[in-house]
Design a protein. Structure first.
Length: 87
């Protein structure tokens, strides 16, 4: 069992921390739902940048390349593995 001791506080066993596990079980579906919501709406937002002329016409090609690069990284197995390793 892994415990954490801070000063004179007794060790807290991570595996027995039901509040943390319950919070995780509540937060995980919310985060997955939020990802699906963002994924479904992001394309519209990206197109609005060009529509509202936040991206200048001369920068449109560079903007499209940046979007393509971001999509490529988002779908990368290596990026997912890096995130999992960092966590």
């Amino acid at each position: 069992m892994v415990g954490i001791t801070i000063g004179n506080v007794a060790p807290t066993l991570c595996l027995r921390d039901t509040e943390a596990h319950a919070g995780f079980l509540v937060a995980l579906p919310i985060l997955i739902g939020a990802e699906l919501l963002v994924h479904s709406r992001i394309r519209t937002v990206v197109h609005r940048f060009v529509e509202y002329r936040l991206v200048l016409p001369e920068d449109k090609d560079h903007y499209q390349q940046a979007i393509g690069s971001a999509v490529k990284i988002r779908g990368s197995v290596y990026a997912e593995l890096a995130v999992i390793t960092a966590v």
